[in-house]
Design a binder for this molecule. Structure first.
Ligand code: ZN
Length: 170
């Protein structure tokens, strides 16, 4: 596995020779967006994930700050967790830009629909998305072959971490 370090953190890449690049990706991030993963922990996670997807290109990123793991074109609707009304993309982008200035430490805002306090992290994204400091990205996963619940519970069993899946398409 190749290890690269830059100003954003540390990135490990596993790249088997027969892997195929694609704009279809499976991202795996911790449920706890503040969770920090050590290189040692990443090593044991990587051993398990590369065993599960031996033919796929996979990156493991330990980031210095919180980042948004987006689902690309899969994200169509964002909903308020209080009143379930839709939040306009424009409003969301505005709040994202503000939050990004604080490296997503300040994610609180007041919803335009029901005027209640919430966090960007608590909004309902119709295609799972999320914030994290650690991200696994599997390039070109076999969507039909991945048993999502099984994968999530295997990861938890192997690593002791609760993680979620973000399916992204660009
Ligand atoms: Zn609302």
């Amino acid at each position: 596995m190749e290890r690269k370090e830059n100003e954003n953190g540390i990135e490990f890449t596993y790249k088997p020779s027969n892997s195929v690049f694609s704009d279809f990706q499976l991202k795996i991030i911790p449920n706890d967006y503040n969770l920090e993963i050590t290189e040692e922990k990443n090593q044991s996670i990587a051993e398990f994930i590369t065993r599960t997807f031996p033919e796929k290109e996979i990156t493991f990123e330990i980031k210095n700050k919180v980042d948004f793991a987006d689902s690309g074109v899969n994200l169509e609707k964002i909903t308020c967790p209080h009143c379930r009304r839709e939040i306009e993309f424009e409003k969301w982008q505005e709040e994202m830009a503000k939050a990004e200035e604080s490296d997503f430490i300040e994610m609180e805002f007041v919803t335009p629909c029901c005027k209640k306090g919430t966090s960007l992290n608590n909004l309902i994204y119709d295609s799972e998305s999320g914030f994290s400091k650690y991200q696994i990205t599997i390039i070109n996963p076999d969507f039909d072959k991945v048993n999502q619940q099984e994968l999530v519970s295997h990861i938890e069993k192997q690593t002791g971490l609760k993680m979620k899946l973000v399916w992204a398409q660009y």
